[in-house]
Design a protein around this ligand. Sequence first.
Ligand SMILES: [Zn+2]
Length: 139
Amino acid sequence: MSEFIPNPTPRPTNYLDEQFWEHCANGILCFQCCTECETWRHIPRFMCASCGSENWGWRQSHGRGTVYSWTVCHMPMSPEFEQIFPYAVLVVEMEEGVRITAGLREMDYKDLEIGLPVEVVFESLETGGKLPFFRPRKD
Ligand SMILES: [Zn+2]
């Protein structure tokens, strides 16, 4: 196991974000899915961008995806990150078709490649709750 790295606590601004982070706190990655046209979406929002429906539900993600893109932060954007920079922030394309931004774990960012298979892993926050990160897939 890697050394403990402090992370900033999410600050949801609406109840959809709150629900997203509540699922994460339980170690489950969930995204919204439109119940009219079955289109998954992220970040959380009130209406389907595909069909305009306001009917939706939370569905559990398989937690697997591929690296769509990334950036390497050479300056810490938050005091919590001063111990770990430079660090990579990934855009992961999930199997469900949505993209999520999260940090990289268990791999040197110098070895990243577009299309690399990754899986979600959760880390506990000192303040309670958990944050999703991605690591290379082991299967
Ligand atoms: Zn829809």
